[in-house]
Write a protein that binds this ligand. Sequence first.
Ligand code: ADP
Length: 169
Amino acid sequence: MSDPLKAKTALYPGSFDCLTYGHLDLIQRACKLFDRLIVAVANNSRKKPLFDEHQRYEHLVACTEEWENVEVHILEGLTIEYAQKVGAQFIVRGLRAVSDFEFEFQMAIMNHQLNDDVETIFLAPSPEYIFLSSSMIKEISRLGGDVSEFIPPLVLGSLEETLERANEY
Ligand code: ADP
């Protein structure tokens, strides 16, 4: 990319609580499409996170280090305003099964109304991740199931440690 003014920057916001191979699959696809991909840890007011934003940030930094055009941020304020602040022309979101559609569609339309310079792009995951969600991983893990094929080893270690600590109380 020679002209920085023409660089295509995308913002991929999400809770990433916990980071899964589904998220990483999306990051890997998106970083091929854009010159710069900013993955931003958001605090979703509808969800109480298991990991605080700094832990989620650390997981993302460690698991994306192989991709040179990926940066990890902690998202402050409104996603659409943050996109503008960091110079992103695109917002990337994942569409898994039909269940994601209504919420994602509403958000994309709302963001477009707030700022029509920023386009939302949806990426479909690889088929093996289509039903993978962070909440399902946390639930299975809480109940003692093996989730090692769905999340990176670093995240698995943190998850086991956090759930163990929670059980001590
Ligand atoms: P949020 O609370 O913002 O929905 P998530 O971490 O659950 O945060 O998801 C962030 C984005 O990543 C969403 O667009 C979601 O659809 C997408 N995503 C999550 N898991 C997967 C997956 N397995 N495959 C593809 N996209 C996914």
